[in-house]
Design a protein around this ligand. Structure first.
Ligand code: PGA
Length: 259
């Protein structure tokens, strides 16, 4: 069995000020000089270069929260992967906030995934059903279609570099200090297994086995342990709790001491 390295991603969304972003990054980097996992912080674009300097020499690497699918062009307000590839090693694509607020489709998400891979950056592809889809008994079908649409056009060799985040839309916290309900650890493990199974069908079991799949949605220091001890769950995508350095460090510790 492949030993996949654990992955812990902090998605800061638009929660922190410029100064607080630097402070939180510094605090986290100072306390995790050695880590057995990949720790990824995803701040807002303007603070990215300064944070890159602050976290140098630590186990923290950087990611961004989105990119445009084209290489360059007349796209007001957008950021190309070429502008961040020297700083960021990961990019979150298809976050549910981008799907619901900005109408991002899985067709675009597939293109962004491909663009990231071509540029040498790991895409963290978010998939997950809405409350309505879950209540209608369609969660599995929705996730299956999401994953297929993203992976279908990719060369099989690229699959191990893709990361999936199973993030049920109804489990994502509505703000930094509020949490939403969470699925059971067993439900998460089932979806993670499904995602890996589809990757195996689209490419091969050997490649799918190397691909990392994480969970995200209202993760706290208290709940993280139950999810990460489930088989196949390779880490966490953490929103609000990742902007609180003490809590994020505890989450990292919980994950690293688990299993
Ligand atoms: P949350 O965010 O942990 O605040 O729910 C997770 C995410 O949206 O990626």
């Amino acid at each position: 069995m492949t030993e996949r390295k654990r992955l812990i991603i902090g998605n800061w969304k638009m929660y922190l000020s410029f100064d607080d972003s630097l402070k939180v990054a510094e605090h986290i980097a100072e306390h995790i000089s050695k880590s057995t996992s990949d720790i990824v912080l995803c701040p807002s674009f303007p603070v990215l270069p300064l944070i890159a300097e602050r976290v140098q020499g630590s186990s923290v690497v950087l990611g961004v929260q989105d990119i445009h699918e084209e290489e360059h062009g007349a796209y007001t307000g957008e950021t190309s992967v070429a502008l961040v590839r020297h700083i960021a090693r990961y990019v979150i694509v298809g976050h549910s906030e981008r799907r619901t607020v900005y109408g991002e489709t899985y067709d675009r998400i597939a293109k962004k995934t491909s663009r990231a891979l071509k540029s040498g950056i790991h895409p963290i592809v978010c998939v997950g059903e809405t409350a309505k889809e879950r209540d209608g008994g369609n969660a599995i079908e929705v996730v299956r279609n999401n994953v297929r649409s993203v992976l279908q056009g990719l060369p099989a060799l690229d699959i191990p570099r893709v990361v999936f985040a199973y993030e049920p839309v109804w489990a994502i916290a509505p703000s930094r200090d509020k949490k939403a309900p969470q699925p059971s650890p067993h439900e998460v493990a089932e979806m993670v297994g499904l995602i890996r199974k589809i990757a195996a069908q689209v490419s091969s079991p050997q490649y799918a086995e190397k691909m990392r799949v994480v969970y995200g949605g209202s993760v706290t220091a208290k709940t993280v342990g139950s999810f990460v001890s489930e088989p196949g769950v390779d880490g966490m995508l953490v929103g609000g709790s990742s902007t609180k350095p003490g809590e994020f460090l505890t989450i990292i510790k919980e994950i690293e001491t688990c299993r």
